[in-house]
Structures are given as C-alpha cells and as structure tokens.
Design a protein around this ligand. Structure first.
Ligand code: 6PG
Length: 251
C-alpha cells in the first residue's frame, strides 16, 4: 500500500520532500557509499529543488543522477527534462561530479532518434548497475492528469514492455511525441518510489489512483517488488481523498 503524505501548501510539500530526500541520501550513502536517483520531468524538479538546492547537509558529491524519462530534444531546448533539473538543481550544486550526471545522449535526442537514444541510455544504466537489473535507491516521479508516470501512458503497449530497461516512445500523447522512458521492470525494482504532485487539477486522479486500485492506471502499476511507494502531495491534490487514506508525515 502506498503511504500518502499531504502537506498544507507547496512550500510545506517542498520542505517535507527535502527532509525525506536528505534522509534517503544519508541512509543510502551509509549503506553503500552513494545515492542513485532518477527524476521525472513536469512540475517535479521545481518542487524538489526549492529547498534541496540549498541543503548543506546532503553529500551531493556521492549522488548519481539519472532521468526516469526524457524528451527527444537537445539539452538546451525548453522541453528538455535534463535542462529543467540542471536549472533548478544542478546549477546550484557544483559538488555533483559531472560524470555522475547521466543525461540522454544529446545527438540522438536532437535527431529525435528515440530508438538509439533508448539503446544508449540502457547502456549507461547497464554500466552503472554492472549488468544487473537497475535498482535505484530513489525514483522520483510526477503524475500526469491521465494517471501516467514516466512516459508510460494509459493503454499504451509500452506498459507491457518486459525486456527493455529503457524504451523509446514515438507517439506520446503529451508533447513532444518522441521520448525515452524507464520501463516497469526497472521502475518496480527501485528501492523507493516517491510520487510528487500538487494542485487542484490533480485531485480527481489522485483519488482514483489511491482509492480505486482496480482502475489499472500506469501510476497504479508502480509496485516495487522490494520497495515502498510514497505520495508527497499538497492539500489541494488530496482534497478528494478520505482522511484514512493519508498518513501523518514522519521521517
Ligand atoms: O517528461 C514528462 O512529461 C514526465 O516525466 C511526466 O511523466 C510528468 O512527470 C508528468 O506528466 C507530470 O507532470 P506535471 O507534474 O507537470 O503535471
């Protein structure tokens, strides 16, 4: 069962998330010397970085940063998830070694060659995870208004992908159409998955995902084999949830 934390507003949400990520980072570094983290696009990078970008208690030099999904555009294009994380987070944290930042191959992305970009990104994962099925310490995901996460959209054949670690998508209903995405075998091998979403526009979908598990929406397929799912949301996004669906926030 996912654990849902609802915060009074956007600032409180960023603050709770910052504390949580600091703890996950400390625990992972104490356990195996680094934190492997994958981050989605959308509104997440801004919510995440608001406090985290200035957090002096995090050993960022031990971070390895990946993307949960990425759009096939150049690194300087406004649609780039890499650019968004760079601007909001990485540019403020010089301690993260450049070689620990695993962006999509810019050549393939600029050429909109999602197939080669996906193969290349899968190679990056295999290298880092020493040919084992990747198991991120922390996967941070947004939730789309249709219940998608990463670039895994309702009814799309990619929901059934079992072999590839990273898959191309050419017909994303959310623009731009060409993207790459982690697949469920990787998503569900993560140690922790945290969904982050905010705002009134998300309240119906949050309610369906948390309280109507039979709907089989992409976010509901996120069930890590050996990991926990958390939802960090604001009161506006939680407005239609029953009180019992939310837990009291504690570290
Ligand atoms: O690159 C992307 O488009 C995504 O990674 C996508 O999965 C996003 O996280 C959700 O669509 C939520 O986006 P919002 O938080 O902006 O609604």
């Amino acid at each position: 069962m996912p654990i849902v934390y609802s915060f009074a507003n956007g600032d409180a949400l960023s603050s709770g998330l910052n504390e949580f990520v600091e703890k996950v980072s400390r625990d992972a570094i104490a356990d195996h010397g680094h934190l492997s983290i994958a981050i989605s696009g959308g509104s997440l990078p801004k919510i995440l970085s608001k406090e985290l970008a200035h957090n002096k208690n995090v050993e960022f030099s031990k971070w390895h940063i990946f993307w949960a999904d990425e759009r096939c555009v150049s690194h300087t294009n406004a649609d780039s998830n890499y650019l968004e994380v760079k601007k909001s987070l990485l540019d403020h944290i010089p301690q993260i070694p450049q070689e620990n930042i695993y962006a999509i191959n810019e050549k393939f992305a600029s050429e909109k060659d999602a197939e080669r970009a996906a193969v290349d990104y899968e190679e990056q994962l295999k290298k880092f995870f020493k040919n084992q099925l990747p198991s991120f310490d922390l996967l941070l995901l947004g939730m789309g208004p249709d219940g998608h996460c990463c670039s895994l959209f309702p009814g799309h054949p990619l929901l059934e992908e079992k072999k590839r670690l990273v898959a191309p998508i050419f017909d994303s209903p959310k623009p731009p159409p060409e993207r790459i995405t982690l697949t469920y075998p990787v998503v569900n091998n993560s140690k922790l998955v945290v969904f982050v979403t905010a705002g009134d526009g998300k309240k119906d979908m949050v309610q369906q995902i948390i309280e109507q598990p039979e709907m089989d929406l992409p976010c509901q397929r996120v069930k890590p084999t050996n990991g926990q799912v958390y939802w960090f949301i604001d009161h506006a996004a939680a407005a239609k949830l029953r009180k019992e669906s939310c837990s009291e926030y504690k570290l």
